[in-house]
Design a protein around this ligand. Structure first.
Ligand SMILES: *[C@@H]1O[C@H](CO)[C@@H](O)[C@H](O)[C@H]1NC(C)=O
Length: 439
């Protein structure tokens, strides 16, 4: 998303009860049709100049098991050029894409234009279809009366069967009982929160699974597109807070396997501003810099994508447990302890720790050294997570079996006491490799 309004407003507004000229789907989709999408910001792509500029993203996402990019668009003068490049690259790379209209920008009076845009893009070979229908989504669309998503108007203007899964919520200002005009809904809130778009407190704590339950009940069998996000930290002058991250990426994937929703959307592929990117590195991926490079350059997150890969495979197979095909320790940590950063909205919900997820083919011993703190864990086969109190200095992660080293790695970023400017983003790395002792 591009703006800061993700809060869920309470209220009631009766939705226009026009008869829909095109069919909505009422059939619950089967496991075999599970779809993994990833949110992709077109708004930072102004400088891309060809379909080839999107190829690396498409290839990398496809290799991880992602089916489609949700192309988040506003109304910039370069939006259509970039959409065309992205659709063309998707077709060239056997990927799919769909448009996610950002209703912080699209207005109630523009739903016809939204439908007209779909009419144009639905026909392209890169378009994601679900149950044979052109798939589309949104960010927001039910929190501001001047920026309301209207499914019936969009369907009429598109003139083709649509599968609409916008980001409307059970507590939005549309008629909360009106899910008749949509095929499902996308929940953006992938972090525990206070219910008002800030970090939770002991007294106000709405968890990711609380939201899953609300959406699932509200949708009553229609498609639920659940969010999966690793982190959230943003530090613009106009927008500065953090949601609890820590081991969220691990916990949330396990929730997803247990819940098995019809669709999931990874938040995000490349939203550097909010630090929840899992795709390409901000320093090397071609995009315009809105100032977020201050907390993203030098902070790779693609280790999180590697960690997600076996979870994506399990989710698509309808399995509750992952299959590990290579031993890995995926690790992450903030660059500084909290005390060095001072007051920052939500900072109290973070722990001063380094985090490790072990993905193991057989049981092993995980040793983590964070500065002067060393801890050793007996890790079982499969996925398991650990944390160690943060110490300044080097961060080292090692796997051994039967007393013999398998591999170890030291993060290229040391933890320091320098938190100026405040950076609560995570540095993510992966320890793996073929040591001689490995059987
Ligand atoms: C919110 O609830 C979750 C689940 O019980 C818990 O893990 C988390 O620590 C809570 N957060 C706060 C700030 O109390």
């Amino acid at each position: 998303m591009r703006a800061s309004t993700t809060s869920v407003a309470l209220g009631l507004l009766t939705a226009a009860a026009n008869a829909a000229p095109f069919k909505t789907s009422t059939v619950k989709r089967q496991d075999s049709g599970k779809v993994v999408a990833a949110h992709f910001m077109i708004g930072i792509m102004e400088t891309r100049s060809s379909a080839a500029d999107y190829d690396e993203d498409m290839k990398k996402a496809k290799a991880a098991g992602i089916d489609a990019f949700a192309l988040n668009i506003a109304k910039d003068d370069y939006t259509d050029a970039q959409l065309n490049y992205a659709y063309e690259s998707a077709a060239n790379n056997d990927m799919k894409v769909f448009i996610s209209f950002d209703y912080n920008y699209f207005e109630t009076g523009e739903n016809e234009a939204v439908g007209a845009k779909l009419k144009e893009y639905c026909a392209k070979p890169g378009q994601l279809t679900v149950d044979g229908k052109c798939f589309a989504s949104s960010f927001n669309g039910d929190t501001d009366p001047s920026k309301l998503f209207n499914a019936n108007t969009i369907r009429a203007a598109a003139g083709t069967d649509l599968y609409l899964v916008p980001n409307l919520s059970p507590t939005g200002i549309r008629d909360a009982s009106a899910v008749g005009d949509i095929d499902g809904s996308f929940n953006w809130i992938g972090w525990d929160s206070n219910g008002a778009n800030r970090a939770p407190t002991a007294d106000a704590n709405v968890t990711t699974s609380d939201f899953d339950a609300k959406y699932t009940e509200w949708l009553a069998g229609k498609t639920y597109m659940a969010p999966v996000s690793p982190w959230f930290f943003t530090n613009f002058a106009s927008k500065a807070w953090v949601f609890p991250g820590d081991l969220l990426w691990f916990r949330r994937w396990n929730e997803i396997l247990a819940l098995a929703p019809q669709m999931i959307e990874i938040i995000t592929w490349n939203d550097y501003g909010e630090s929840h990117y899992v795709g390409s590195d901000s320093a090397t991926s071609k995009h315009t810099d809105d100032g977020s490079s201050a907390w993203t350059n030098g902070f790779p997150h693609d280790g999180w994508l590697e960690m997600a890969q076996p979870y994506i495979a399990a989710y698509k197979a309808g399995s509750k447990a992952i299959t590990v095909s290579e031993d890995k320790l995926v690790y992450w940590y903030r660059p500084t302890p909290k005390a060095a950063c001072g007051a920052f909205d939500g900072i109290d919900t973070l722990q001063d720790a380094v985090f490790v997820v072990a993905l193991l083919q057989s049981a092993g011993t995980v040793t983590v050294t964070s500065g002067g703190n060393t801890k050793t864990f007996d890790a079982p086969a499969g996925a398991s997570a650990y944390q160690v109190d943060m110490g300044t200095g080097k961060q080292t992660f090692a796997l051994s079996r039967g007393g013999a080293d398998v591999f170890s790695a030291t993060g290229s970023l040391e933890i320091s006491e320098n938190c100026s400017p405040v950076n609560l983003n995570a540095f993510v790395g992966v320890a793996k490799g073929n040591a001689a002792v490995r059987k």
